[in-house]
Design a protein around this ligand. Structure first.
Ligand SMILES: [Zn+2]
Ligand SMILES: [Zn+2]
Length: 381
């Protein structure tokens, strides 16, 4: 991964200005240019990498995406095919390096649109959407419907942009590559072919339905089940539901960035569902059965006599499903004891009597006039 960190490739900090990046790129490009290092494979590879890095960091938009979905954005991975209902895993499939995955995303987000430099057949762009779920929806799974506007292949021309799908010829200027090589002083530079706009082909009669783009914009509603147990920061991939590819290329994917709202009662810790519950003084002393809220029906928890504050009870398998491991966490109940702050006269007398028979020493200053209990009395009675 480190060799693919574009910032270190260009030798600049993550906060470098556009100008600094440009300067660093130029300097390195001159140094490693193949014309200056004939036959040097290492220099050639480095030159390619420098260009790759500049392609991203030299473009404000791409740089922003790189900074956002950069290495940390890919740390959350799922098992391929791990999800029911058409999910085919998220980022981090197999042991694919960050670089491979990232280039896939970059190609998807930025390639293709309006004729990429490579021309011809290319994959459609990916689509990224934010999905907000309640705590329960995330824990139990939820079928969601997302509205998207996407490019789909134009039916009348079968996506090739020519009227009736005919009258397409290979561009004679670039011989179909979409690129031309131009001598520019010391260097030979590759440029997008002007004759075909990098498409590598020329259409003599343009398809009226799509104006020759081969794709038309369509509003779609995509319905899918989000698997139980997703958490904030996870990214779910729905394969092939992004924009249509160009000239028969595969469609991009739809990515869903999951965000889960907090819950007033439950907290999630790993795969455990955590609930805090307070016992009354007498419940803690005599024991009781508590109804503990869970994501389904309440769970009757038997509390032993003499339960201490801070006691933690763990009920196995009543927690949250893990979409990657398929395991289920526990229900964790943290028990507290509520000390009453308001006492009736009768309650106070009973507790004073309790203190007396227990041999508890009266608190300092609890003399009949002006003692602790008198103060409490004056406040509450
Ligand atoms: Zn051309
Ligand atoms: Zn068309």
């Amino acid at each position: 991964m480190s060799s693919k960190d574009y910032y270190s490739v260009l030798g600049v900090s993550r906060s470098a200005s556009a100008d600094e990046i440009k300067k660093a790129y130029r300097k390195l490009a001159m140094q490693y240019h193949p014309d200056r290092n004939p036959g040097d494979k290492a220099a050639e590879a480095q030159f390619k990498l420098i260009n790759e890095a500049y392609e991203v960091l030299g473009d404000a938009k791409k740089r922003q995406v790189y900074d956002t979905v950069g290495p940390q954005g890919f740390s959350e991975g799922f098992d391929p095919g791990g999800f029911p209902g058409g999910f085919s895993g998220g980022f981090g499939r197999g042991s694919g390096s960050f670089g491979d995955i990232f280039s896939e995303v970059m190609d998807g987000f930025f390639g293709g649109m309006g004729g990429s430099a490579s021309g011809g057949r290319s994959q459609g762009e990916h689509i990224l959407r934010q999905v907000d779920l309640s705590f329960e929806e995330a824990a139990l799974g939820k079928e969601i419907s997302i509205k998207i506007a996407r490019w789909e292949s134009c039916a009348p021309c079968s996506g090739n942009g020519s009227k009736n799908g005919k009258s397409v010829t290979v561009c004679s200027t670039c011989r179909g590559t979409g690129l031309i090589r131009v001598q520019q002083g010391f260097f030979i530079v590759q440029r997008t072919c002007n004759a075909c706009g990098g498409e590598g082909r020329v259409i003599s009669e343009i398809c009226p339905a799509c104006s020759g783009k081969g794709r038309i914009s369509v509003d779609r509603t995509i319905t899918r089940s989000i698997p139980a147990g997703v958490t904030t920061g996870m990214r779910v991939r729905i394969s092939g539901e992004g924009h249509a590819g160009l000239q028969g290329g595969p469609a991009g994917d739809l990515y869903l960035d999951i965000s889960v709202r907090p819950h007033p009662v439950f907290v999630r810790e790993g795969d455990d569902l955590v609930v805090e519950k307070n016992l009354t003084l007498t419940q803690a002393i005599f024991g009781t059965t508590l109804e503990i809220p869970t994501l389904g029906a309440g769970y009757p928890l038997k509390v032993d006599p003499g339960t201490q504050p801070g006691t933690v009870r763990r009920i196995r398998g009543k927690g949250i499903a893990n979409p990657a491991t398929k395991g289920i966490g526990d229900l964790v109940v943290r028990l507290g004891v509520e000390i009453p702050t308001r006492l009736t006269r009768e309650q106070r007398e009973i507790l004073e009597r309790y203190a007396e028979v227990s041999g508890d020493a009266p608190a300092a200053g609890s003399s009949p006039d002006g003692g602790l209990f008198s103060k409490v009395k004056s406040i509450f009675d």
